[in-house]
Design a protein around this ligand. Sequence first.
Ligand code: ARG
Length: 467
Amino acid sequence: MTDKQKKSGKLWGGRFAEQTAASVEAFTESISYDWRLYRHDILGSKAHARMLAKQGMINDDELTSIIQGLDEIEKEITEGSFQFRPELEDIHMNIEKVLTDKIGAAGEKLHTARSRNDQVALDIRLFLRDESKMLDHLLQEVQRSFIYQARTCLGAVMPGYTHLQRAQPVLLSHHLLAYYEMFGRDRERLADCAKRINVMPLGSAALAGTGLPIDREFVALELDFPAISANSMDTTADRDFALEFLFCLTTIQLHLSRMAEELVLWSSKEFEFINIGDKYCTGSSIMPQKKNPDIPELIRGKAGRVTGSLVSLLMTVKGLPLTYNRDLQEDKEQIFDALDTVKASLSITAELLANSSFNTKQMRAATYGGFMTATDIADYLVKKNMPFRQAHSVVGGIVAHCQQRNIELTELTLQELQGFSQLIKEDIFDVLSVQGSVNSRLSQGGTAEKRVTEALQRAEQQLEIVQ
Ligand code: ARG
């Protein structure tokens, strides 16, 4: 350290005559949360040091002591014996300072041809690259839980809803596999986002690149990046990849929230479609009879929080001039919080589903009221050449007639039905049954058992589940 650096106590203190105010240190520090990047910071520094050695900017002994020093620091942080110092601002300077204390002058060479502006971009990209893989794994686990339940309940019927009104009968497995698809899209979206995360920023330096003879391709190869970033100014200013990642997280949490809403509804006395295991419910401090679906409620509630993180970073980036601005330090808490929330929600969802059972009897019973096979009668008439709009109107009349008499469609006699259209024959009763209705929906992606069985097999193949 030079005398000036000693006086200010900062690695950047050369031009400062006074010590930073304590309030400023407290306001600007990020070490209280960005310590979580330490593994990736060290990984990036090692690759950078190897490049400096290859390019002749440090010698082999210096490289060896940098690598050893960084290994020690990584071990100390992992074991919890490392002293983080808020006055050193962030993870990058905490590590560099301790490295220099440990190994002397070689440590001071590590930051050659590098800025914290490209360093922090590298750290976040490395971190998110790993986290995308973790998320993919968790999403797969949730998909497996849905497949398991869909396989177990195959054949069970339930009301399908639009506007939360009984609409048409469907297979429960069809409903469950809808979630399989949603989480499948989340996995695709993440994999696509990972392509833009997976670009190597180091070598952009503060904003303009460097005059020192670096080799960016070498660093990219060391860190397994398929590409390097194209423009140093864009690179140090860019957080699009973090925004995209937060959008992926938000969509996952919204999907979980929609599922959670159904679990809350379905576990109510009004529906009684699902029984969530005791271990996964909580009680009331006053009402002894209560068994509450707090887990899905919290999952639903946390959708607000994750969405908030996305909106927060969107607003942080809005209006920032190129290139790096300290505002960008605000990215990390949003990323960490959203990530922790989504990971916890996914893993508890997988557990919850595995510990729940569907009340298929109750679901079948619910398919009886509500004229849910009305569309099937209209389709029956269409097959007999009646234009659809006419058929719609005829069946509307049948429904109104049933409502007046307070009976269901299945209770009508053939004569009564023929009173509405002479095209109706004895075979109408196949169409009126719930099973008949479900199994008639053979269109691709439809709810007929044949189609759902195919969909289930496809899902099982995709996740390599052996039946
Ligand atoms: N802690 C900072 C961040 O998270 C690192 C980059 C700081 N760069 C700077 N020039 N102050 O964004």
